[in-house]
Ligand binder design. Sequence first.
Ligand SMILES: [Zn+2]
Ligand SMILES: [Zn+2]
Length: 144
Amino acid sequence: MKNTRQRAAILRVLDESAEPLSAEEVYSRLRAEEPSMALSTVYRNLERFSAENLLHRDTFGDGVVRYSPARHHGHYLICTGCDARVRIDGCPLSALEEGLARDTGFAIESHSLTIYGKCPRCAAKEQGNREKKAAGKRQEEEHG
Ligand SMILES: [Zn+2]
Ligand SMILES: [Zn+2]
């Protein structure tokens, strides 16, 4: 009984989250309502759910495994500066998959697509740093 409740709680946390969560993130969000749940239990259930195809398992650039509900299929833009994640709703690859299945005879099971870059804030910061550096260099040249 307790296990069923814990399993439901784990799935609910992921369902309510707009972005994929790591086991630690799920664990910390569940602490208040399931204080007796161990991190290892969270891990075990997440792995089981992904084996049952209830969850989608993603490893992004930082190597951390994150989970999201399988029926929330979508993709992410990830900032390499601050790790901000923006979900791309829908899947731009479903049409491609259909064509590939037709052309190659593959029974396609899944795919992954993650786009990396700098979010507007990090891009602006980087631009600012570049300008500062350029200004410093100009000053050196003027003085030297
Ligand atoms: Zn950023
Ligand atoms: Zn997709």
